[in-house]
Design a binder for this molecule. Structure first.
Ligand SMILES: NC(=O)c1ccc[n+]([C@@H]2O[C@H](COP(=O)([O-])OP(=O)(O)OC[C@H]3O[C@@H](n4cnc5c(N)ncnc54)[C@H](OP(=O)(O)O)[C@@H]3O)[C@@H](O)[C@H]2O)c1
Length: 425
């Protein structure tokens, strides 16, 4: 049996676990693939820092390793360059690629798949979305005979940890972020997570695969969690809801929408009980109905599990002399702007407690055709608040309503505006 020779690019959190699992499960992997996996080399930046891996495999020459006699390139470096160039070179040379790199796949999937198609190589990236959770393969293969209409999920563990902790402790965002950093759940620079960039990359990948089209990270509407306050969490709780950062991809008629933002969901919704750093994704398909995928969305070993699953798949394809499914972007659906997306909203207003306030606010909603589902007025004199939950309304109409409401003499402040998901509109 000719071994499948593998180049590993990167040996950090994920890469080091890939090396460990390849070693520990060598016998099983050989039996499952029908050929042994042989690690040909490991490209890193600083070889002296990698004491746990065989020294003779380490190299700083990633391009040389990719160009050498290898069948598969496993990339766990991250970022765009130099990875994009390395993977294009591998694919053009007919070498299959396994990657965990959401940033790259959310922006450059088109050219990478084109290179793979041309040479007949495979491009797999299960680990790029929701870590260990098998999600892309079920969307790409198991549900390929169905029509997926919606994908909604919690795909970022850091923000889910922060929002869950705020919900449990009542602490504010800044305190909770500090705690998350102390416990290792947030990076030193948490921007990619808390501002929603990471979730937006994943939403782009999910929408592309689910709807057989191409959605790039820049097409995804993005709002992070930095503006979520302890008061928002209390307001959600009062109404039997909790706040989650959601990635939502929908197919509406022959268009696609993809967005990432915090939203209130009912505490009875399956996503509400997804706590800590876990991920969960809800998929709705016409024939299959509702499906939920749940598990560890990050971490060295869980992510390495997904990488190895892909490695086994591409290695089996090699042994069989074929390749896996190609990119399926034939539907070429236009992406609708968020201004046209309809959702329910929860608004909290600080108002003067006098007669006629509610009527003046309600008139502005009616003028913009935003229908009110429920209203609650609380407090007296200096400390009155008005909580309004709307029926589904387009984002643009809601924004105009809020602008006008904010200018009413009786409204002191629009305290918060948040979408409500997971309920009948
Ligand atoms: N960590 C997770 O939980 C997780 C989950 C899902 C997906 N991912 C994805 O997996 C990938 C890797 O993540 P990670 O957490 O393992 O990252 P990491 O711990 O920072 O490791 C990155 C590795 O890449 C190497 N590297 C960086 N630049 C390089 C270059 N120019 N040439 C060769 N090697 C280079 C580094 O080498 P040195 O160590 O020598 O500097 C390091 O070994 C990323 O795409 C990430 O988004 C990670």
């Amino acid at each position: 049996m000719k071994p499948i020779r593998v180049a590993l690019l990167g040996c950090g959190n994920v890469g080091s676990q890939v090396v460990r699992l390849l070693d520990e499960q060598a016998g099983d992997l050989t039996a499952r693939i029908g050929a042994p996996i042989e690690l040909a080399g490991i490209a890193v930046r600083r070889p002296d820092r990698h004491r746990g891996v065989p020294k003779d495999l380490l190299t700083t020459d990633a391009a040389g390793l990719v160009a050498s006699d290898v069948d598969v390139v496993v990339e766990v470096i991250g970022g765009i360059e130099p990875v994009r160039g390395l993977l294009l070179a591998a694919l053009r040379a007919g070498k299959s690629v396994v990657s965990a790199n959401k940033v790259l796949l959310a922006e450059h999937a088109g050219e990478l798949f084109a290179a793979a198609d041309e040479s007949g190589a495979d491009l797999y990236f299960e680990a790029a979305v929701a870590g260990a959770i098998p999600l892309l393969r079920p969307l790409r293969e198991s549900l390929a005979g169905d029509r997926i209409t919606r994908v909604m999920g919690i795909v970022n563990g850091t923000t889910n940890f922060i929002l869950s902790a705020m919900d449990e402790t009542g602490a504010n965002y800044a305190e909770t972020l500090e705690e998350a950093s102390r416990l290792g759940y947030a990076e030193a620079d948490p921007t990619a997570d808390v501002d929603g960039y990471d979730a937006a990359s994943k939403a782009a990948i999910l929408a592309s695969i689910a709807f057989h089209t191409r959605v790039n990270a820049g097409d995804v509407y993005r709002e992070g969690i930095t503006a979520v306050t302890a008061a928002d969490i209390v307001a959600a709780r009062t109404l039997g809801r909790t706040i989650k950062l959601l990635a939502i991809c929908e197919r509406v008629d022959d268009t696609v929408t993809a967005r990432v933002h915090p939203a209130m969901i009912p505490r009875s919704h399956p996503l509400a009980s997804v706590g800590g750093a876990f991920n969960a994704v809800f998929v709705e398909a016409e024939a299959a109905g509702q499906l939920m995928f749940y598990g560890q969305g990050a971490g060295g070993a869980p992510t390495a599990s997904a990488v190895l699953g892909d490695l086994v798949a591409v290695a089996r394809n090699r042994v069989a002399g074929g390749h896996g499914p190609r990119e399926s972007a034939y539907a070429a659906l236009p992406v609708r702007p968020v201004s046209e997306v309809s959702t329910r909203y929860h608004l909290s207003l600080d108002v003067a407690d006098k007669a006629g306030v509610l009527a003046s606010v309600a008139a502005v909603f009616a003028e913009h055709d935003v229908s009110i589902a429920a209203v609650r007025q609380e407090g007296r004199i200096d400390d009155a608040s008005l909580v309004i939950v709307t029926h589904a309304a387009p984002d643009a109409a809601l924004r105009s309503t809020v602008d006008k409401v904010a200018g009413l003499p009786a409204v002191r402040e629009v305290v918060s505006v948040m979408r409500v998901e997971g309920e009948e509109s």
